[in-house]
Design a binder for this molecule. Sequence first.
Ligand code: SER
Ligand code: ZN
Length: 504
Amino acid sequence: MFVRFALSAKLHFSREITPEAVEAIETAVQEANRQLFRRGTPSGAPEEQIGRITRWQVNASALALDIESGPFTRAHDALFRFRKHIAQVLGRYRLGVREISIAAFRITMPGPIPDEAIPKLPFIRQVRRQDGAVELDLLFSASDLEGRVPDRLVRLIEEKKEALTYGGKAEHWELIYESEQRPRVYAGDPTQEMIERGWIRHGASRGQWIFAPQAVHLFRAFEAIVMDHVIRPLGFSEMVFPKLVPWEVWMRSGHAKGVYPEIYYVCTPKTRDPAYWEDIGDYFKVTGVVPVEEIRKRIDGPIGGMCYAQCPPFWPFVQGETLANSCLPIRVFDRSGTSHRYESGGIHGIERVDEFHRIEVLWLGTAEQTIAIADELHEAYRHIFDDILELEWRSAKVTPWFMAQEGLVGESADAAIGTRDYEAVLPYSGTWLEFQNVSVNGDKYPKGFNVKIQSGAECWSGCSGIGLERWTAAFLAQKGFDTSDWPETVAKLAGEPQEIFTFL
Ligand code: SER
Ligand code: ZN
């Protein structure tokens, strides 16, 4: 049992095919079936698994072909190989290939394949089940075939089938380090108390907070600790990454495979001509209502979304480049703005929000350099959480974030590649909160954005997201609001909470 491809196509020539040319086609077809299609196939591959032209017919200026194959020299590959060959042969008769049209394309996959494994895609016209196999009738253009869409479709169905069969494959979680336990000095939910104390208030948008000076002082204290103990000693330089991420970036980062339910989408006006928009403003002036449905008709896009993972929009800076050995490893970070995720029902306090603030640390170099920097970071973070913040925390190897964000579970095949989550216990709920991560992302990003290293060594990268809301939630949940209970460095950096609003 093996996957089968069958297609009917027509090669349209520049003019009527002459009888001499028909003879040349006959020979070319035989040669193709005997030799051309065998090229590159495993030796000993059974004949029925290799592409072959099973029927051909000339009608005026068109050559109709039926091609069938198993997994080797797949029907669509055979078609383009043959086109190249026949173009040479018929060139002698001053006949050129003008166009290829695809009349039918069928993929037969051996079963059992559950219905849910068959994607709902516009070019799947019919799905039939036959002797345990699945037959797909497909509507493809020649450029779909040239772009290898059939191969990706087969792979997708296999992946979906596998995910369904091994659906139990769990989110990976493997304990790496556990700190000592710390005395419990506070049992409240810090978000509640921050609200009561006037440190934060809900923003107008969902999952969004407005942070007052007291909270921001704490953010800045944490930032200062990160600067003093991570960024400066390890030599990271500040950059500013874009916060609007177009599809071009997410196509290369892999987010385009599955991040849709969580994106904050971004649209652009069809025109910036004020006259085009005047009535929209007028409508609001008169009614006090923003005519959202009407606006929807006058915008283009979405062109992408707001920053989601923070590091992907860095990559166009190095895209297509070869990096000199002498500049490696590159170490940078960004703290220039927010990340946004549509969290639906999951919003909780300041821990799980739609809009959050994070310092994103990013590095790239050879595999050895990338792994070494991740180790340096782990050591620096351990020092901060054990000795400076005095937290009760642990770290665990988890499903890599870049896999999770594509909708995958499990682990990377390479043990050196992966994400380590840092978690802190929240005494008020007894649960653990992931407050930052460190990842070795392997060659995923350099490959996706076509970045190379002068020496020819494989380019790898890593990143680490430091969540300021999460640090705050973890710290306050464990240390409470009495600054005399706080570790000295934090108390000194944050200063006494400053009240600047008086509400009557
Ligand atoms: N880019 C990584 C993530 O989104 C680290 O911030 O988890
Ligand atoms: Zn990242």
